[in-house]
Design a protein around this ligand. Structure first.
Ligand code: NAD
Length: 291
């Protein structure tokens, strides 16, 4: 795929660094965010004055939006744009299996291809271009888009042909990630109550079998430094675990741990909506003091 014009919708914590990397790879990027594009558009991008401006400026557009409602709204706007040139929508948002299937169906009625392609790796991975990307949909399309996707995600996985399979993979991942955060927070808070030093605990975990993404990344970088700046809100993580629980509820698999983690996240979100999810640690510590 040669250097092309790419539309980018959703310039938030993830969208800004992802769009920046697409520009750095030599593509022309036309960007839009409903909360104000001028203030958010990364250097080198062209500012679109609406979804319609994107739908008529490019063939391929990438999305990094909060949830299924936002993606559906944008898909509807694209479909209803007269003289649209958009033919392919790549969705990097986490929207869940059902929403991905519905958006795929909606776009198919207008002859627009949908690649379900959520990402993992946080804002640091987005800045460094080291995200992992889990895509589902047409494999030939996935292969054709690889030069663009490579600009933002070092690790690109093709999960399967059905829309929603990429989302399913992402929900499994975020359930594990949330569980690691919740369990590590509980363990460290208890260790502190026994008089152990949190830094020493984290060093020990990282050299032992308790090591996980919370001990190797979130605790040393964001929590022990008191930065709490992962750039991923508790609201978005709660959404992800809820989507996971909704999927599990459709079958017969057990969800004992997911229920517990989901309950904790929901409780934290009601107390501190919009907080960085790494505040799960102070929240857990505070909760254990009260009980
Ligand atoms: P964010 O809230 O920071 O950014 C979302 C952006 O979308 C906002 O700027 C918002 O104004 C814009 N937006 C919302 N509705 C819109 C619409 N209809 N049209 C145009 N723009 C619209 O969220 P984020 O943290 O960047 O996450 C984006 C997606 O990526 C989410 O689905 C999230 O679950 C997923 N994700 C986030 C992370 C992370 O670490 N933050 C990591 C992996 C995946």
């Amino acid at each position: 795929m040669d250097k092309v014009t790419i539309g980018f919708i959703g310039l938030g914590n993830m969208g800004v660094p992802m769009a920046t990397n697409v520009v750095a790879a030599g593509h022309t990027v036309v960007a839009f965010d409903s909360a104000g594009t001028e203030a958010r558009a990364p250097k080198g991008t062209r500012v679109a004055n609406g979804v319609e401006g994107i739908a008529t400026a490019c063939e391929t557009l990438l999305l990094s939006l909060p949830d299924g409602n936002a993606v559906t709204e944008v898909a509807r706007q694209i479909i209803s744009t007269p003289q649209r040139t958009a033919r392919v929508m790549v969705d990097h948002s986490t929207i869940g299996v059902e929403a991905a299937r519905a958006v795929h169906g909606l776009l198919a009625t207008a002859g627009i291809a949908y690649l379900d392609a959520p990402v993992s790796g946080g804002t640091l991975g987005a800045r460094q271009g080291t995200l992992s990307l889990m895509a589902s949909g047409d494999q030939a399309l996935f292969d054709r888009l690889d030069p663009v996707l490579a600009a933002l995600a070092k690790n690109r996985f093709y999960i399967g042909p059905e829309p929603g399979q990429g989302q399913a993979m992402k929900l499994l991942n975020n359930f594990l990630s949330a569980t690691a955060m919740a369990a590590t927070s509980e363990a460290v808070a208890f260790g502190e109550s026994l008089g152990l030093d949190p830094r020493i605990m984290i060093d020990v975990f990282n050299a032992s079998s308790g090591q996980n993404t919370a001990t190797s990344d979130k605790f040393p970088r964001r929590i022990l430094t008191k930065q709490f700046d992962a750039g991923f809100t508790i609201d978005l993580l709660t959404k992800d675990v809820n989507l996971y629980l909704e999927e599990v509820a459709k079958g017969t698999n057990q969800d004992v741990i997911a229920q517990t983690v989901g309950h904790l996240l929901k409780k934290m979100m009601s107390v501190m909506p919009g907080a960085d999810f790494t505040k799960i640690y102070p929240f857990t510590k505070e909760q254990s003091k009260r009980n």
